[in-house]
Ligand binder design. Structure first.
Ligand SMILES: N[C@@H](CCC(=O)N[C@@H](CS)C(=O)NCC(=O)O)C(=O)O
Ligand SMILES: [Fe+2]
Length: 287
Protein backbone atom coordinates (compact mmCIF):
# COMPACT_ATOMS: atom_id res chain seq x y z
CA UNK A 1 0.00 0.00 0.00
CA UNK A 2 3.03 2.30 -0.37
CA UNK A 3 2.77 4.32 -3.57
CA UNK A 4 5.72 5.91 -5.33
CA UNK A 5 5.31 9.70 -5.30
CA UNK A 6 7.21 11.87 -7.79
CA UNK A 7 6.89 15.64 -7.09
CA UNK A 8 7.17 18.38 -9.75
CA UNK A 9 7.46 22.06 -8.80
CA UNK A 10 5.93 24.82 -10.95
CA UNK A 11 7.97 27.83 -9.98
CA UNK A 12 5.78 30.70 -11.29
CA UNK A 13 2.85 29.60 -9.09
CA UNK A 14 4.78 27.68 -6.39
CA UNK A 15 2.58 24.66 -7.13
CA UNK A 16 3.50 21.04 -6.49
CA UNK A 17 2.11 18.55 -8.99
CA UNK A 18 2.56 14.84 -8.39
CA UNK A 19 2.70 11.56 -10.24
CA UNK A 20 1.64 8.88 -7.76
CA UNK A 21 1.98 5.28 -8.88
CA UNK A 22 1.61 1.69 -7.76
CA UNK A 23 4.98 -0.02 -8.32
CA UNK A 24 3.19 -3.40 -8.60
CA UNK A 25 0.92 -2.60 -11.55
CA UNK A 26 2.59 0.63 -12.82
CA UNK A 27 -0.81 2.31 -12.82
CA UNK A 28 -0.68 5.96 -11.83
CA UNK A 29 -2.54 9.16 -11.03
CA UNK A 30 -1.44 12.72 -11.78
CA UNK A 31 -2.41 15.28 -9.12
CA UNK A 32 -2.85 19.00 -9.92
CA UNK A 33 -1.04 19.39 -13.27
CA UNK A 34 -0.29 23.00 -14.31
CA UNK A 35 -0.76 24.71 -17.69
CA UNK A 36 1.78 27.49 -18.14
CA UNK A 37 0.28 30.94 -18.71
CA UNK A 38 1.90 34.30 -19.32
CA UNK A 39 -0.72 36.87 -18.39
CA UNK A 40 1.14 39.78 -19.99
CA UNK A 41 1.06 38.21 -23.46
CA UNK A 42 -1.95 35.91 -23.05
CA UNK A 43 0.16 32.93 -24.12
CA UNK A 44 -0.40 29.43 -22.77
CA UNK A 45 2.39 26.85 -22.65
CA UNK A 46 2.66 23.13 -22.05
CA UNK A 47 6.30 22.73 -20.99
CA UNK A 48 5.35 21.89 -17.39
CA UNK A 49 2.65 19.40 -18.38
CA UNK A 50 5.00 17.88 -20.95
CA UNK A 51 7.46 17.31 -18.09
CA UNK A 52 4.81 15.18 -16.36
CA UNK A 53 4.16 13.26 -19.57
CA UNK A 54 7.89 12.66 -20.11
CA UNK A 55 8.14 11.24 -16.59
CA UNK A 56 5.14 8.98 -17.13
CA UNK A 57 6.44 7.70 -20.45
CA UNK A 58 10.01 7.31 -19.14
CA UNK A 59 8.79 5.14 -16.25
CA UNK A 60 6.31 3.21 -18.38
CA UNK A 61 3.36 4.30 -16.24
CA UNK A 62 -0.27 3.82 -17.19
CA UNK A 63 -2.12 6.95 -16.02
CA UNK A 64 -5.70 6.16 -14.95
CA UNK A 65 -6.54 9.32 -13.02
CA UNK A 66 -6.07 13.06 -13.45
CA UNK A 67 -6.99 14.40 -10.00
CA UNK A 68 -7.76 18.03 -9.24
CA UNK A 69 -7.77 18.93 -5.54
CA UNK A 70 -9.87 22.03 -6.35
CA UNK A 71 -10.58 24.70 -8.95
CA UNK A 72 -7.30 26.56 -8.49
CA UNK A 73 -7.34 30.34 -8.29
CA UNK A 74 -3.64 30.99 -8.92
CA UNK A 75 -2.78 28.89 -11.98
CA UNK A 76 -4.44 27.21 -14.95
CA UNK A 77 -4.94 23.44 -14.85
CA UNK A 78 -3.39 21.19 -17.50
CA UNK A 79 -6.08 18.57 -16.83
CA UNK A 80 -7.82 19.05 -20.17
CA UNK A 81 -4.56 19.10 -22.16
CA UNK A 82 -3.30 15.94 -20.46
CA UNK A 83 -6.64 14.18 -20.91
CA UNK A 84 -6.16 14.59 -24.66
CA UNK A 85 -2.82 12.75 -24.41
CA UNK A 86 -3.78 10.18 -21.76
CA UNK A 87 -7.13 8.85 -22.96
CA UNK A 88 -7.22 6.05 -20.33
CA UNK A 89 -7.25 8.66 -17.56
CA UNK A 90 -10.41 9.83 -15.79
CA UNK A 91 -10.33 13.59 -15.10
CA UNK A 92 -11.89 14.07 -11.66
CA UNK A 93 -12.60 16.73 -9.04
CA UNK A 94 -14.84 16.99 -5.97
CA UNK A 95 -18.59 17.38 -6.50
CA UNK A 96 -18.40 20.81 -4.85
CA UNK A 97 -17.17 22.03 -8.25
CA UNK A 98 -20.85 22.55 -9.13
CA UNK A 99 -21.16 25.21 -6.44
CA UNK A 100 -17.93 26.84 -7.64
CA UNK A 101 -19.13 26.76 -11.26
CA UNK A 102 -22.46 28.33 -10.37
CA UNK A 103 -20.76 31.11 -8.41
CA UNK A 104 -18.25 32.00 -11.14
CA UNK A 105 -20.74 31.51 -13.97
CA UNK A 106 -22.65 34.38 -12.33
CA UNK A 107 -19.50 36.48 -11.86
CA UNK A 108 -18.39 36.02 -15.48
CA UNK A 109 -21.98 36.19 -16.79
CA UNK A 110 -21.50 32.94 -18.72
CA UNK A 111 -25.20 32.50 -19.37
CA UNK A 112 -27.22 29.37 -20.01
CA UNK A 113 -24.64 27.87 -22.39
CA UNK A 114 -22.26 27.13 -19.55
CA UNK A 115 -23.32 23.99 -17.68
CA UNK A 116 -22.86 24.17 -13.91
CA UNK A 117 -23.32 20.44 -13.39
CA UNK A 118 -19.64 19.45 -13.46
CA UNK A 119 -20.05 17.75 -16.85
CA UNK A 120 -16.77 19.24 -18.10
CA UNK A 121 -15.08 16.59 -15.91
CA UNK A 122 -15.26 12.82 -16.38
CA UNK A 123 -16.06 12.16 -12.74
CA UNK A 124 -17.15 14.08 -9.64
CA UNK A 125 -16.07 12.57 -6.32
CA UNK A 126 -18.32 12.44 -3.28
CA UNK A 127 -16.82 12.84 0.18
CA UNK A 128 -15.53 9.47 1.36
CA UNK A 129 -15.65 7.87 -2.07
CA UNK A 130 -13.13 5.09 -2.63
CA UNK A 131 -11.12 4.39 -5.78
CA UNK A 132 -7.88 2.60 -6.62
CA UNK A 133 -4.53 3.46 -8.16
CA UNK A 134 -3.54 0.04 -9.51
CA UNK A 135 -3.57 -2.23 -6.47
CA UNK A 136 -3.53 0.62 -3.95
CA UNK A 137 -6.72 1.71 -2.22
CA UNK A 138 -7.48 5.42 -2.30
CA UNK A 139 -10.13 7.62 -0.70
CA UNK A 140 -11.49 11.13 -1.08
CA UNK A 141 -11.70 13.42 1.95
CA UNK A 142 -13.68 16.60 1.27
CA UNK A 143 -11.80 19.55 2.84
CA UNK A 144 -13.87 22.66 2.02
CA UNK A 145 -12.77 26.00 3.45
CA UNK A 146 -10.22 27.33 0.94
CA UNK A 147 -12.80 26.63 -1.79
CA UNK A 148 -16.17 24.82 -1.74
CA UNK A 149 -14.86 21.99 -3.92
CA UNK A 150 -11.58 21.27 -2.10
CA UNK A 151 -10.69 17.61 -1.68
CA UNK A 152 -7.73 15.74 -0.25
CA UNK A 153 -6.80 12.38 -1.75
CA UNK A 154 -5.47 9.59 0.47
CA UNK A 155 -3.65 7.10 -1.77
CA UNK A 156 -2.32 4.25 0.38
CA UNK A 157 -0.31 6.03 3.09
CA UNK A 158 0.13 9.24 1.04
CA UNK A 159 -2.21 12.18 1.57
CA UNK A 160 -2.44 14.91 -1.06
CA UNK A 161 -3.84 17.82 0.92
CA UNK A 162 -4.57 20.25 -1.90
CA UNK A 163 -4.91 23.72 -0.39
CA UNK A 164 -5.79 22.95 3.20
CA UNK A 165 -2.54 22.34 5.06
CA UNK A 166 0.78 23.62 3.72
CA UNK A 167 4.16 22.65 5.19
CA UNK A 168 4.12 23.17 8.99
CA UNK A 169 5.99 26.49 8.71
CA UNK A 170 3.67 27.62 5.87
CA UNK A 171 0.49 27.08 7.85
CA UNK A 172 -2.74 26.76 5.91
CA UNK A 173 -4.54 27.95 2.78
CA UNK A 174 -6.27 31.30 2.62
CA UNK A 175 -10.03 31.36 3.10
CA UNK A 176 -10.98 34.71 1.55
CA UNK A 177 -11.89 33.62 -1.98
CA UNK A 178 -15.59 33.63 -2.89
CA UNK A 179 -17.10 30.67 -1.02
CA UNK A 180 -14.16 30.36 1.40
CA UNK A 181 -14.59 29.92 5.17
CA UNK A 182 -11.92 29.70 7.86
CA UNK A 183 -14.27 27.90 10.26
CA UNK A 184 -15.02 25.32 7.59
CA UNK A 185 -11.30 24.86 6.86
CA UNK A 186 -10.65 24.27 10.57
CA UNK A 187 -13.25 21.48 10.60
CA UNK A 188 -11.77 20.00 7.42
CA UNK A 189 -8.30 19.97 8.95
CA UNK A 190 -9.64 18.13 12.01
CA UNK A 191 -10.62 15.31 9.62
CA UNK A 192 -7.06 15.16 8.30
CA UNK A 193 -5.66 15.22 11.84
CA UNK A 194 -7.71 12.09 12.63
CA UNK A 195 -5.49 10.12 10.19
CA UNK A 196 -2.56 8.07 11.59
CA UNK A 197 0.40 10.30 12.52
CA UNK A 198 2.86 8.56 10.12
CA UNK A 199 0.59 9.37 7.13
CA UNK A 200 2.80 11.05 4.53
CA UNK A 201 1.50 14.53 3.64
CA UNK A 202 2.13 16.09 0.21
CA UNK A 203 1.19 19.76 -0.13
CA UNK A 204 -0.11 21.58 -3.22
CA UNK A 205 1.91 24.78 -2.70
CA UNK A 206 5.04 25.80 -0.90
CA UNK A 207 6.20 29.39 -0.80
CA UNK A 208 9.52 28.66 0.96
CA UNK A 209 8.88 30.85 4.01
CA UNK A 210 11.87 32.79 5.37
CA UNK A 211 13.96 31.87 2.37
CA UNK A 212 14.13 28.12 3.02
CA UNK A 213 14.28 25.76 0.02
CA UNK A 214 10.87 24.67 -1.22
CA UNK A 215 9.59 21.41 0.24
CA UNK A 216 6.61 19.18 -0.44
CA UNK A 217 6.47 16.36 2.08
CA UNK A 218 5.68 16.22 5.78
CA UNK A 219 3.46 14.00 8.00
CA UNK A 220 0.23 14.28 9.96
CA UNK A 221 2.24 13.96 13.20
CA UNK A 222 4.56 16.82 12.22
CA UNK A 223 1.55 18.98 11.31
CA UNK A 224 -0.23 18.33 14.61
CA UNK A 225 2.93 19.18 16.55
CA UNK A 226 4.20 22.13 14.56
CA UNK A 227 1.79 23.73 12.04
CA UNK A 228 2.03 27.47 12.68
CA UNK A 229 -1.74 28.01 12.22
CA UNK A 230 -3.28 24.82 13.59
CA UNK A 231 -1.79 22.31 16.02
CA UNK A 232 -3.55 19.38 17.67
CA UNK A 233 -4.83 21.58 20.52
CA UNK A 234 -5.69 24.77 18.54
CA UNK A 235 -9.33 25.81 18.94
CA UNK A 236 -11.58 26.83 16.08
CA UNK A 237 -11.78 30.39 17.41
CA UNK A 238 -8.00 30.70 17.62
CA UNK A 239 -7.55 29.38 14.09
CA UNK A 240 -10.25 31.59 12.56
CA UNK A 241 -8.71 34.69 14.16
CA UNK A 242 -5.22 33.90 12.82
CA UNK A 243 -6.42 32.89 9.36
CA UNK A 244 -8.71 35.88 8.88
CA UNK A 245 -6.02 38.29 10.10
CA UNK A 246 -3.58 36.94 7.52
CA UNK A 247 -6.23 36.94 4.77
CA UNK A 248 -6.78 40.67 5.33
CA UNK A 249 -3.12 41.24 4.33
CA UNK A 250 -3.16 39.24 1.07
CA UNK A 251 -3.63 40.53 -2.47
CA UNK A 252 -5.67 38.45 -4.88
CA UNK A 253 -3.49 35.93 -6.79
CA UNK A 254 -2.16 37.48 -10.00
CA UNK A 255 -3.93 34.86 -12.14
CA UNK A 256 -7.22 34.47 -10.27
CA UNK A 257 -9.41 35.81 -13.10
CA UNK A 258 -7.87 33.73 -15.92
CA UNK A 259 -7.45 30.70 -13.64
CA UNK A 260 -11.03 30.33 -12.45
CA UNK A 261 -12.48 30.84 -15.94
CA UNK A 262 -10.34 28.01 -17.29
CA UNK A 263 -10.46 25.73 -14.26
CA UNK A 264 -14.26 25.65 -13.99
CA UNK A 265 -13.98 24.30 -17.56
CA UNK A 266 -11.66 21.49 -16.33
CA UNK A 267 -8.67 23.30 -17.84
CA UNK A 268 -10.23 23.82 -21.28
CA UNK A 269 -10.03 27.32 -22.77
CA UNK A 270 -13.28 29.12 -23.70
CA UNK A 271 -14.57 28.46 -27.22
CA UNK A 272 -13.07 30.80 -29.85
CA UNK A 273 -14.94 33.86 -31.12
CA UNK A 274 -15.93 33.99 -34.82
CA UNK A 275 -12.40 35.22 -35.62
CA UNK A 276 -10.90 32.02 -34.23
CA UNK A 277 -9.36 33.70 -31.17
CA UNK A 278 -10.15 32.58 -27.62
CA UNK A 279 -10.83 35.30 -25.03
CA UNK A 280 -10.89 35.49 -21.24
CA UNK A 281 -13.02 38.11 -19.47
CA UNK A 282 -12.17 40.59 -16.72
CA UNK A 283 -15.14 41.62 -14.57
CA UNK A 284 -14.56 45.20 -13.47
CA UNK A 285 -15.05 46.13 -9.79
CA UNK A 286 -16.60 42.77 -9.04
CA UNK A 287 -14.18 40.41 -7.30
N1 LIG B 1 1.12 35.71 -4.69
C1 LIG B 1 0.49 34.49 -5.09
C2 LIG B 1 -0.62 34.17 -4.11
C3 LIG B 1 -0.97 32.76 -4.12
C4 LIG B 1 -2.10 32.41 -3.14
O1 LIG B 1 -2.96 33.22 -2.77
N2 LIG B 1 -2.11 31.13 -2.76
C5 LIG B 1 -3.19 30.58 -2.02
C6 LIG B 1 -3.47 29.17 -2.53
S1 LIG B 1 -4.29 29.20 -4.11
C7 LIG B 1 -2.95 30.52 -0.52
O2 LIG B 1 -3.65 29.81 0.17
N3 LIG B 1 -1.99 31.26 0.06
C8 LIG B 1 -1.83 31.16 1.50
C9 LIG B 1 -1.22 32.31 2.21
O3 LIG B 1 -0.50 33.07 1.55
O4 LIG B 1 -1.45 32.40 3.43
C10 LIG B 1 -0.08 34.64 -6.50
O5 LIG B 1 -0.24 35.76 -6.97
O6 LIG B 1 -0.35 33.60 -7.14
FE1 LIG C 1 -5.81 27.14 -4.21
Amino acid sequence: MTPVVAPFFHEPSSTWSYVVSDPGTRQAAIVDPVLDFDAASGHTGTASAQGLLDHVHGKGLDVRWLLETHAHADHLSAGHWLKGRLPAATLAIGEGIRTVQARFARMFNLGGDFPVDGSQFDHLFADGEGFTVGGIDARVIAVPGHTSDSCAYLVGNALFTGDSLFMPDGGTARCDFPGGSAAQLFRSIQRLYALPEPTRVFVCHDYGPDGRDVACETSIGAQKRGNIHVRADTTEGEFVAVREARDRTLDMPALILPAVQVNIRAGALPEPDDNGVRYLRIPIDTL
